[in-house]
Design a protein around this ligand. Structure first.
Ligand code: PEP
Ligand code: MG
Length: 583
């Protein structure tokens, strides 16, 4: 097998080595997990039973056809029965379960995808159209399967299958990424995506090496190919030679050792060399992430991306979570953090985080009805969320963080809605923290340039550098074709961040950075030099950032950072930032 290397964008650090598992878009719509060896035959039977049930249903349909029914209808059922009996449907997916250990739904969709591709190549238009019949038959079987999903997906750590698997796909949505968290995949490779796309962010939060923007990866890499993902370099090596494999295994072992060493810092307070305490917080997507956050020594949650509770539910036919469901999730996080503050960001949907994958997106979704704009346009939904958050605030310290604010009236409307939610709870005699703090994400340049408007009205600020960079430099964070323009060190970006930190300091309110810059060890000293005292990042990055902090001397960093902020030449800035490492 020919070895080849693909270059893309590194998004989640580390090395992983495994077999490629290609995911088609259709396969992403169904559950996909690997069935342990001992359950394979049960899974095969589950699919056989589902096929048999659809057979029975079709027979019933046939016998119940009214006399006056058009003959085409009977013929139509006949075609479906024929398709269902064809070994391509009744046998091939069973082989996929046996050979690849896919669950029944995944095996069926994989086979249907292969068949569909073959049908697309048929010249005869009539025959080509039969693809739809096959899909309809598959849907019938899937529907039955959904009701019989007996097998529990294997949990990580259980070594049911070897070797480990690397997901290769054209694209994976953030919601789909979340579904991977309980599966044993060790790497992600996608054709599209950017450094700070939410898919990349979720990969980092799962602490799984990933490379995106690989352009043709899902076409060039074949099922079961050996793949190395170098998440540090953004390189994917397909079918590596034995020598390359050995080198990467050695590097992988080294990285593992370095990680173990970092664990020793868990209980060490994050204090600079000159004695300045720094607050290290965690970014989480779901309450279960609080475990890893505490493991990494986080002193609170700086960003709970609540939208992940709302996403990917369409597949299960569920709408947005109701007040009680949300409240349970927020409370779970608050209780898990045992008195440490939990900053819950209100719903930030839209752009690359659609509520429903099938929903129509605006022409320019990143500039559209996103985040707080969406919430203010859906006041009932927003009030429901606010009440749920407020109710959780009686179980521990909760702060409310509002995304994408730009206008004074948006802040005022939001504060008024929080008051309204409080009034509703008071009326019902429900307890909450009357003094709950409300803060703004500073992630639109307009906000960073109009800070007095924010500090006057709010209790704290949190800089969302991912969006701040996207909007300052006018580049879509998910578009790999402009990914090379995504530069956190652009002087405009650096100055907007510095201005925000300074405005917060002057007003005496807390300012954090919760975008990906906070977890980038190469930027820790720069941010410290700018005056940042609160960093919020994925738990996986926290100890490495703490290590940087412990060896940083603010007295030396501050004057150098001031010079960097005055510089306008990108190369000089990059150089100077690198030199901060040796200060
Ligand atoms: C940001 O924009 O930097 C941020 C933290 O929010 P998100 O990545 O969820 O948009
Ligand atoms: Mg953002």
């Amino acid at each position: 097998m020919a070895s080849f290397t693909l270059h893309g964008i590194p998004v989640s650090r580390g090395i992983s080595i495994g077999r490629a598992h290609l995911l088609t878009p259709a396969a992403l719509d169904v559950k996909h997990y690997l069935v342990p060896e001992e359950q394979v035959e049960a899974e095969v039977k589950r699919l056989q039973d589902a096929i048999a049930e659809v057979h029975r249903n079709l027979q019933e349909l046939w016998t119940e056809l009214p006399r006056e029914a058009p003959t085409e209808l009977g013929a139509f059922i006949d075609v479906h029965v024929l398709i269902l009996s064809d070994p391509m449907i009744s046998e091939a997916p069973l082989d996929i379960i046996r050979s690849r250990h896919y669950n029944a739904e995944w095996a069926l969709v994989t086979q249907i995808d292969e068949l569909s591709a073959q049908f697309d190549e048929i010249e005869d238009a009539y025959l080509r159209e039969r693809k739809q019949d096959i899909q309809q038959v598959a849907e019938r079987v899937l529907k039955v399967l959904m009701g019989t999903a007996l097998s529990v997906p294997p949990v990580p750590g259980e070594d049911h299958f070897k070797p480990q698997m690397i997901v290769v796909a054209h694209d994976i949505s953030p919601a789909d990424m979340l579904a991977f968290r309980d599966r044993s995949f060790v790497g992600f490779v996608t054709d599209v995506g950017g450094q700070n796309s939410h898919t990349a962010i979720v990969a980092r939060s799962l602490d799984i090496p990933a490379a995106v923007g690989m352009s043709q990866a899902s076409r060039l890499i074949e099922q079961d190919d050996w793949v190395i993902v170098d998440g540090d370099a953004g390189v994917v090596i397909c079918n590596p030679s034995a020598l390359v494999m050995e080198q990467y295994r050695a590097r992988q072992a080294e990285l593992l050792k370095a990680r173990k060493r970092l664990l020793k810092l868990k209980k060490t307070p994050a204090v600079t060399k000159d004695g300045t305490p720094i607050t290290l917080l965690a970014n989480i997507e779901l309450p279960d992430d609080c475990g890893p956050a505490l493991e990494a020594g986080a002193v609170g949650v700086g960003l709970f991306r609540s939208e992940f509770l709302f996403m990917g539910r369409g597949v299960q036919g569920l709408k947005v979570p109701d007040e009680d469901e949300q409240f349970e999730q927020y409370r779970k996080a608050v209780l898990a953090m045992k008195g440490r503050p939990v900053t819950i960001r209100t719903l930030d949907v839209g752009a690359d985080k659609p509520l429903d994958q099938t929903e129509h997106t605006a022409l320019n979704p990143a500039l559209g009805l996103r985040a707080i704009r969406y919430c203010l346009a859906e006041p009932q939904m927003f009030l429901t969320q606010l009440r749920a958050i407020l109710r959780a605030s009686s179980y521990g310290k909760v702060r409310i963080l509002i995304p994408m604010l730009a206008h004074a009236f948006e802040i005022d409307q939001t504060l008024a809605m929080i008051e309204q939610a409080k009034a509703q709870l008071r009326e019902q005699n429900v307890k909450f923290d009357e003094a709950v703090e409300v803060g703004a994400m500073i992630e639109i340049p307009a906000a960073a340039l109009a800070l007095p408007m924010f500090v006057k009205r709010l209790d704290f600020l949190s800089i969302g550098t991912n969006d701040l960079i996207q909007y300052t430099l006018a580049i879509d964070r998910v578009d790999y074709e402009v990914a090379h323009l995504y530069n956190p060190l652009h002087p405009a970006v650096l100055n907007l961040i510095a201005m925000t930190i300074e405005a917060g300091r002057k007003a005496g309110i807390d300012v954090a950075v919760c975008g990906e810059m906070a977890g980038d060890v190469k930027l820790t000293r720069l941010l410290l030099g700018m005056g940042l005292r609160e960093f919020s990042m994925h738990p996986a990055q926290l100890l490495a950032v703490k290590q940087e902090i412990l060896s940083s001397d603010l007295a030396r960093l501050v004057p150098r950072t001031k010079r960097i902020l005055r510089a306008m030449e990108p190369a000089a800035i990059a150089d100077a930032v690198e030199q901060l490492q040796s200060v």
